[in-house]
Ligand binder design. Structure first.
Ligand SMILES: Nc1ncnc2c1ncn2[C@@H]1O[C@H](COP(=O)(O)OP(=O)(O)OP(=O)(O)O)[C@@H](O)[C@H]1O
Ligand SMILES: [Mg+2]
Length: 376
């Protein structure tokens, strides 16, 4: 069976799911990855903060941030044919930062110094855009590992959906910032040998500053930047490569949205911005769409059916009202999505995933989305 989504997946190697908060990015990323695995690919989905039940269903709870192969039986039980391989991992900022520092530090000693640095410890928890940056680092690593031939990236819940694309720039800017350089410079000019001396002389200055300002972290901060600067050249090069990867023909950006007016207007702005960044924009997945059912049915016909099904009054009236309300929502969704679809360039597809009656936080729910993505 061929759909816009399956045709896209045939051609690409990386799919990035972006969009506003709560629209279903994680659900879509996991479902797309599952669909890809049923098409015979070795897939990895990098998820961020998945719902607990979903993480459990994918076996991610125990293993946390390590890539995990999901047993093919789990897919089979959900009615999916695991022709390829499906792996998933969860990105958790603190441990991902630690891992990054450990793997790119020039020596174990430098890594240990950074990890123990109190400024680093607070930074890695709170640094704005850090999830985005880490997701891109992970993407780079997994893409070049050669272990996977398809990667799906979930993006974090951000107030501003563009943070993901801005993360590499922001990181480079952060590293370039004058204050960063200023903090590193004394250490750099002191050199390794001079570090002890600097600690005595420069340390005096810091002590005075700390006394005057009451800020005790200055030394920590400057030490952090000194050690961190040894990693940054590599990071800058990797970010440049990741950005090339994001813009490359093997990558597709998918916008996840819901049919509400406010979300759609954010989506339109987002789409334009993605284009400005030069990232190939492939399609829009409209999620949680109310479905139009029995468009021709009159109230009388429905009541007759309800009666035949043994539905007693006044329940039949309540059900009829509910049905009319849901159809009203469905017609609204349809007209907004039609107007939104008219804004899309001709090579960008719009696919819809209906509102599922319950949450979708297990693998059977995801399998249901997979089938929807196959059909449309
Ligand atoms: N088609 C659907 N029908 C019903 N519920 C859905 C559907 N898609 C997603 N959900 C539910 O909506 C909630 C939010 O989904 P999800 O966590 O995937 O959103 P998100 O965009 O990743 O959110 P965040 O921005 O917080 O990361 C979840 O409880 C999920 O099960
Ligand atoms: Mg999410």
């Amino acid at each position: 069976m061929s759909s816009a989504m399956t045709r896209l997946l045939e051609e690409k190697k990386i799919v990035i799911c972006g969009g506003s908060g709560g629209v279903g990015k994680t659900t879509a990323a996991a479902s797309i990855a599952l669909l890809w695995a049923t098409m015979g690919r070795k897939v990895m989905v990098i998820t961020i903060d998945p719902a607990r039940r979903l993480a459990d269903a994918l076996g991610l709870e125990a293993i946390q941030t390590k890539p995990t192969l999901v047993e093919p039986e789990i897919l089979e039980d959900a009615g999916l044919e695991p022709k390829g391989r499906f792996s998933a991992m969860m990105l958790e900022a603190k441990s991902a930062w630690d891992e990054l520092i450990t793997s790119y530090s020039p020596s174990e000693e430098v890594a240990a110094k950074i990890l123990a640095n109190s400024f680093y410890q607070s930074l890695s928890d709170t640094f704005a855009g850090s999830h985005e940056y880490l997701a891109l680092e992970k993407l780079h690593e997994l893409y070049h590992s050669g272990d996977y031939d398809a990667l799906v990236v979930d993006t974090p819940p951000t107030k501003h959906a563009l943070d993901f694309l801005e993360a590499p720039h922001r990181m480079n800017e952060f590293l370039d910032r004058r204050v960063t350089r200023w903090l590193v410079m004394p250490y750099l000019s002191a050199g390794r040998k001079g570090l002890k001396l600097f600690n005595r002389t420069g340390g005096y200055l810091f002590r005075k500053l700390e006394e005057a300002t009451g800020i005790r972290v200055i030394k920590d901060v400057s030490e952090f930047f000194f050690h961190f600067s040894q990693l940054t050249e590599g990071s800058r090069q990797r970010m440049t490569k990741v950005f090339e990867l994001l813009k490359g023909p093997e990558t597709a950006f998918l916008l996840i949205t819901t049919p509400e007016l406010a979300v759609l207007s954010e989506a339109a702005y987002f789409m334009k911005k993605v284009g400005d960044y030069g990232v190939p924009f492939a399609g829009v997945l409209a999620n949680r769409v109310h479905q139009i059912r029995f468009p021709e049915a009159s109230d009388e016909e429905i009541q007759i059916h309800l009666k035949e099904a043994g539905c007693p009054p006044p329940l039949d009236k309540v059900l009829l009202e509910n049905y009319r309300r849901s159809q009203h929502l469905a017609l609204g969704d349809e007209s907004r999505l039609t107007r939104f679809g008219e804004l899309l360039p001709s090579d960008v597809f719009l696919t819809k995933v209906p509102l599922f009656p319950q949450g979708l936080e297990d693998i059977k729910g995801l399998a249901w989305v997979v089938n929807e993505l196959r059909r449309h």
